[in-house]
Design a protein around this ligand. Sequence first.
Ligand SMILES: *Cc1c(COP(=O)(O)O)cnc(C)c1O
Length: 365
Amino acid sequence: MNVPFLDLRAPYAELRTEIDQAVQRVLGSGRYLFGPELEAFEDEFAAYCDAAHCVAVGNGGVALELVFRALDIGPGDEVIVPSHTFFATWAAVSAVGARPVPVEPEEGTRNLDPARIEAAVTPRTRAIVPVHLYGQPADLEPIGKIAERHGLAVVEDAAQAHGARYRGRRIGAGSLAATFSFYPGKNLGALGDGGAVVTRDAALAEQLRLRRNYGSRVKYHHEVQAGNTRLDELQAAVLRVKLRRLDEWNARRSAVAGRYLRELADVDGLELPAVAPWADPVWHLFVVRSEFRDELQERLAGAGVGTLIHYPVPVHLSPAYASPDRPAGSLPLAERLAAEVLSLPIGPHLSGREVDAVVAAVRGA
Ligand SMILES: *Cc1c(COP(=O)(O)O)cnc(C)c1O
């Protein structure tokens, strides 16, 4: 049996009638940007996150970038980011002219280690960006205390964590800013690009609304220098359909993760993801760790099981960020994770038999 890492046809197949109806409704409406679907989606996603405001934009990376701009973070400023994350987290900091300052992860959760943050704070630091990587919430309470002590903003990169909970509260609930991506493979995925920011702060939301639309509130009246980045009506309408299924689909992901955690617990040399006691993760990815990662990946491929590596090159060693100040060996935890992590197939549409096949293949390898 072949188990692909991800099959994006399955979510569409399950919701085909509803999605087709939503698309037809928009096509016939004559409103393709800034219409009723966007407004309704923003209200519904804010409510889902228990957040006061939602501002939808063109993608998850630009959502982070706009938050930094709205907070007036730019050249000369530093922003603390995880050493172990997707490239986009660092790129958004660089895009506004600020400097990403990496901090190493906790080994168990693979998320930003609060105990290491304070050593990275300087007089130029403006913000901390915890990433809820793989759908596991970062430890927000101690991070918030450090931010308060030093007068820093906490901007959460929640691109992989739609619906996750930290100490019982939704990611985004009460946040200054949490940014989401609706890239097709994310837990809440559009049929193309999309992103959003949720915030408790009405003034920040207003700044973001300006900055996603050429700095204008009133057509042809431009208050700040800004480009455009918008979520169109088609994507908003599709996301509204999928949002209604998000909790159910996250529960299905959890069931798959539960099986992996139980049925792979005794496999020698395989480290399974740790779930912190305060976390309700949404299992965007199920990431195991092994010293023999490359061999394991090859054997799984031989058994028909698709896997991916998130991420194979630590951001600081990518050509984009390579610098003599930060050579190989300078962020050893991120470098070890890049060498050892492997993502098994997970998703709401993985069948019981497919999970059986993955478990058997991993045990056999
Ligand atoms: C997907 C992702 C992003 C960027 O989202 P896009 O919509 O692709 O721009 C940012 N951060 C993390 C952690 C992501 O996984």
